[in-house]
Design a protein around this ligand. Sequence first.
Ligand code: SAM
Length: 439
Amino acid sequence: MVTLPKYVSLTSGHAEGMDDLTAFDNALKDAGIADLNLIKVSSIVPQGSRLVPLREFPVGSLVPTVYTVAYSDKPGERVIAAVGLGLSPDGRGLIMEGHGTGSREAVEDLVRRRVEAGFRERGLELHEYYVVVAEHVVQEHGCAVAAAVLWGDELEEMPQAWETEAWTPDVRFQVRVRQPVFSMRSPYQHINIVDTFQFGRMLWLEGTVQTSEADHWVYHEMLVHVPMLLHPEPRQVLIVGGGDGGALATVLEHPVERVVVVEIDQAVVQAARDYLSFIHQGAFDDPRTELVYQDAFTYLREKHGPFDVMLMDTTDPVGPAMRLFTQDFYRLVTDNLAGQGLVAAQSGSPWLQPEVVTRNWRAMKPHFDHLALYLASIPTYPGGLWSFTLGARGLNPDQVKPEVLAKRFHERGLGTRYYTPEMHRAAFTLPPFVAELLK
Ligand code: SAM
């Protein structure tokens, strides 16, 4: 008896040697699965299907699969394969394939258009769209494969899906996944969006939690409102990183003229536009917003200031964000800062990343008249207690009276769930073990 597949998962791989089965096998091995008998099936997804992460299969299982392959024998050529899955509100769906050698965006776009056309032809409404993309730069001859794997009831007995972040080599943070939403590898990082039972929708970059539906507002209110309310008239604002749009949306609650977001990875902004509207709330399309896709180091070296407030909403100091936690970077930051200006940076966990707190403090220290650390409680960040570092020039944050903060807070009509002028003051009171890190 054949059981109809009820579950779909997306995966991708690549290989040298024009061997799509090896590439596909690589994709499955990456997902912890190997040695399967594959069959190609129709790309109509059975009604009521759900997208789930890949799971372990018994060796020898027959697994229905839809996959696409991009081949090339031109060294240096980039081959791209993509599979898109669309689901209607009642769970009916289609899988479409596409491949090419052009830009990744063009192939993704082609697949999305095929899914949309398939839905139009069947009079269905496209409610959810997922895509997996594989890329490979060919050395001699090679290929990229993207695939959707479908299976049936056996999944019910399979172990639950979890996302894991290694907080330190000895501590892991694990969240049970309700439903995977989007996953791709950009030129900079692995972008992963999942719906979870505890924290709602979450954005992970390179295996690290960036933001969650449950607590994003703590981070964004504290990163943004603290410097923005200390400044009497913040008109020109720069956000470094911030591709999820949460800091941007929060800045736009203030009477600003222009907010520049310098984000290195366009794919993060696209994923946020598609799946994280509760965070950005349409802020990318606000007329005051200017989006720049560039390394912030390069952008600031070109000099675009002066900015009244600058916010460092970056990933942790690994990969492309490494250079943003250095004295050289903060020299460029202050070159672009107005005479009366404030800079706030997310600066790590005092419990589990004390070296990041200290490193960032040392990087900022020489460049500001006033420097202070403040804290907020953010459950999805390592250790739960998170630090921000505030640098000021031309004004002393300590001398901005609580009544002034309260007046600005009310005049600007801010609606908050964590920040209040009282929380603002309290956040700068440090336990001795944290103050110790700044000596
Ligand atoms: N709230 C988050 C956190 O602390 O985990 C930060 C969120 S935001 C998504 C971080 C962004 O910084 C990422 O989208 C990443 O692409 C961007 N980024 C990293 N390095 C960068 C650089 N050198 N220039 C510009 N943006 C950068």
